[in-house]
Structure formats: C-alpha cells, structure tokens
Ligand binder design. Structure first.
Ligand SMILES: [Zn+2]
Length: 112
C-alpha cells in the first residue's frame, strides 16, 4: 500500500477505514484532529491518490525549492564579492605601507 501523507492542515497521521461494498472495496481517509476528510468508494488506490494529491502544496514546495536555490546562489555571489573586496583592500593596505620613494612616479604627490 502507498504510504499516506499526513493531514495537509495539522500534519497528524490520517485515519483510515475499509469496508466492502458488493464486490468492491471502499476506503475512507480522514483526519481525527481537524475533520478534513476524503471519502471514496472504489479501489483503495483512488482514495489514497486523492488524499495524497495536493497541487497547491506541491506548487509551494517547488517555489520553496526555487527560492532556496536562488538564495544559495546569492550567498555564493556575496561570498565571492566579499573575497574580491578583501583582496583589493589587502592590496591597498600593502601599497600604502610601501615607502614613498618606491611609489610609482604618478603616485608621488607634490605640494608645489
Ligand atoms: Zn488535520
């Protein structure tokens, strides 16, 4: 049997009941806590599929996955930018620590 998803509203495990209707099997799936229910008479798999099909939830999960990926890429970009900035600052610090006589001619300031 396919595993049933928890209740989409309270995440409690659902309750089930099976019974015979003539030569068919009927199945009812519901949540004891918040009374959300799905009742299908027929093959068990149909009731399970209906209980487990959640287009809005699946859409939101896909959106969360997309946004998580976008966030991770942005974090990597920020980290790379920070590393480049630190390297530039290190270079500036090194240049400023070089004695004036070693500066390139266009860097020498004259007060004249
Ligand atoms: Zn519930």
């Amino acid at each position: 049997m396919t595993e049933l998803l928890p209740c989409p509203f309270c995440s409690d495990p659902p309750s089930t009941k099976r019974w015979d209707v003539g030569h068919k099997k009927a199945m009812r799936i519901w949540c004891d806590d918040c009374s959300v229910n799905s009742c299908v008479q027929g093959v068990d798999e149909i009731a399970i599929e209906k209980w487990n099909t959640r287009p809005i939830e699946e859409h939101l999960r896909a959106e969360v996955d997309r946004l998580t990926k976008e966030r991770d890429e942005a974090r990597k970009e920020c980290r790379d930018y920070r590393n480049r900035l630190v390297a530039h600052l290190y270079c500036i610090q090194r240049i400023n620590s070089i004695p004036t006589e070693y500066h390139l001619p266009w860097e020498n300031k004259t007060d004249e």
